[in-house]
Design a protein around this ligand. Structure first.
Ligand code: G4P
Length: 530
């Protein structure tokens, strides 16, 4: 498939991807059906949470306890046919956050879910743009075809226009809403019929010899059949053709139609990911590109999650293996710290539980429990001092001060906030003058999520209040010049959780002024997390 040297079979069979969607399009339902067909859960309903409440992280945690199943597991591994799928979860709430961006640095492909009635929505667009920045191959699933949906050509046109990507139909829906019968598989010339009787099984698949096969008439009413033939003829003439290379390069997206809740179209989509989705891809470091086939193990941390297990106050660092064959107990070099680290208890996230893993290959995501040594952006190798690049930290767009309701608990609050900062859930700035903390996030909902997590995980009621500042910029450049800025602008200066200097202000004018008046000083909106 790829024009690269053949990978060892264990690596070549891996597919590491994320699902992106606007809230409510069906991401959770689809994830659950993937796990069902991947043999990771026995019954639908184990993962899905009910209603709107599930959107915040604290509800996720509560649900997790209720169900005894890790719905917030950030990576899930399961097998499909002879393939190993690693599905990396993007955060569940609707605010766009850095977390989402970083998650997408750890995958080789994405599945974009859209609602057949609503088409491309705001969040789909934002997430898509992040995928585009990395040229990720994107497979599209148009969901909820069992409800009233838009005309198929309209949906495809909308994606092509709004997202500036070519779309080729892998399947074609036959009717929609109550008349939805199933799909015509355009790749294999096959009719797939939906069974409404049992939502956890897939209806019959009828093998055909193209669109003129007389058997079609046994399953589809004449009027619908005529429309199907016309549509497909038109689609084949007018729409982009299936092209593996364009899919791999991220310029063409194959689209499947279906209904996740009825398990319809899901296996075809999984088949599509297996057949047309990318193998683990080479990844860039500051020194050179790392090929997954390289013998030595390398990987980077893209996410840190704390308090996953209420019984153990541990943190789990999620490592994307970029190359090699990892074995439990391996000693790896923690490049930032310059020290070896024994990885003796790595976990692989199977849907129902986290399990100790004996081995893993390039493309896999493993969890490494630790006590804070590993941070987002860290690289582990078998000795080479390289660093994976491209995991940025953005300046937050919203700043608020955070105080504990009980003023005597400010040390506790500091501990909690630092932990969230290390997790990457927020930016925490300690002002050079005065007390309290300034917390920065990218989306407003994150303040609420943080407040409820601090209360739930640390028993600490807190309040967020408007801050006098609206922008944060990292200070970089010549040390003497930076010191001068710090000394003459003390009321604007703070440090982040790494101890790096930050300039806080409410005026763009201030930022421009500092740069203009201080040669050798730059104020940056991103810093690489290394
Ligand atoms: P999300 O994670 O992308 O936010 O979406 P989720 O899977 O939670 O699905 C959102 C809603 O859409 C759910 O309904 C779900 O049952 C429904 N849904 C998902 N796939 C399909 C489909 O193929 N057809 C139809 N008709 N509905 C679908 P809900 O009312 O929010 O939850 P619930 O009451 O069903 O649990």
């Amino acid at each position: 498939m790829d024009n690269r040297p053949t990978l060892p079979p264990e690596i070549a069979r891996r597919r590491t991807f994320a699902i992106i969607a606007h809230p409510d399009a069906g991401k959770t339902t689809l994830t659950e059906k993937f796990l069902l067909f991947g043999g990771a859960i026995q019954m639908a309903g184990q993962v899905r949470a009910k209603g709107e409440a599930r959107r915040t992280r604290s509800d996720f945690m509560q649900m997790e306890k209720d169900r005894g199943i890790s719905v917030s597991a950030s990576a899930m591994s399961f097998d499909f046919d002879s393939y190993r799928f690693n599905l990396v979860d993007t955060p569940g709430h609707s605010d766009f956050s850095e977390d989402t961006y970083r998650t997408l640095t750890a995958v080789d492909a994405a599945i974009m879910v859209i609602d057949g009635a609503k088409g491309v929505e705001s969040q789909t667009q934002k997430l898509f743009e992040v995928c585009r920045m990395r040229d990720l191959p994107i497979l599209t699933f148009c969901n909820k075809m069992d409800r009233e949906a838009r005309d198929t050509f309209d949906i495809i046109d909308e994606i092509q226009e709004n997202l500036a990507i070519d779309v080729t139909p892998a399947s074609w829906p036959i009717g929609h809403g109550r008349d939805f019968l199933g799909c015509y598989d355009m790749i294999h010339d096959r009719l797939e019929l939906m069974s409404r009787a049992d939502r956890n099984i897939v209806g019959e698949s009828v093998r055909l010899n193209g669109l003129d096969d007389p058997k079609l008439a046994d399953h589809i009413p004449a009027a619908m059949l005529e429309k199907l033939r016309e549509d497909i003829e038109m689609a084949r003439e007018l729409l982009p053709k299936f092209d593996q290379q364009a899919i791999s390069e991220g310029t063409l997206s194959p689209i499947w139609f279906g209904s996740a809740i009825n398990s319809f179209g899901v296996q075809e989509l999984m088949r599509g990911m297996a057949d047309y989705g990318p193998q683990p891809q080479p990844l860039k470091t500051d020194a050179r590109q790392i090929d997954p086939a390289e013998k030595k193990v390398t990987g980077f941390v893209f996410k840190v999650q704390a308090n996953m297990d209420p019984k153990h106050r541990d943190r789990v660092a999620f490592l994307r293996l970029a190359s090699g064959h990892f074995k439990r107990g391996m000693k790896l070099l923690h490049v930032r710290a310059g020290k070896p680290m024994s990885v003796s208890n790595p976990v692989l996230f199977l849907a129902s539980d986290r399990e100790l893993t004996e081995e893993a290959w390039a493309g896999d995501i493993i969890g490494i429990p630790n006590h804070g040594q590993l941070r987002i952006g860290d690289t582990l190798t078998e000795g080479e001092a390289i660093r994976f690049s491209g995991i940025p930290s953005f300046a937050p767009e919203l700043l608020q001060t955070c105080r504990a309701n009980d003023p005597l608990k400010s040390k506790h609050l500091e501990k909690a906030l630092m932990q969230f900062a290390e997790e990457g859930a927020a930016k925490v700035f300690k002002p050079a003058i005065g007390s309290g903390f300034i917390v920065g996030v990218v989306g407003a909902l994150q303040f609420e999520v943080l407040a409820s997590r601090i209360e739930q995980e640390y028993g600490l009621p807190v309040r967020f209040e408007p801050s006098q500042f609206t922008s944060a910029r990292w200070l970089a450049g010549d040390k003497t010049a930076v010191d001068k800025v710090v000394n003459t602008n003390k009321q604007h200066i703070a440090t982040d959780h790494d101890g790096d200097l930050v300039f806080l202000t409410r005026l763009q004018w201030d930022i421009d002024r500092i740069e203009r008046d201080n040669d050798g000083v730059t104020l940056t909106a991103t810093k690489e997390m290394m």
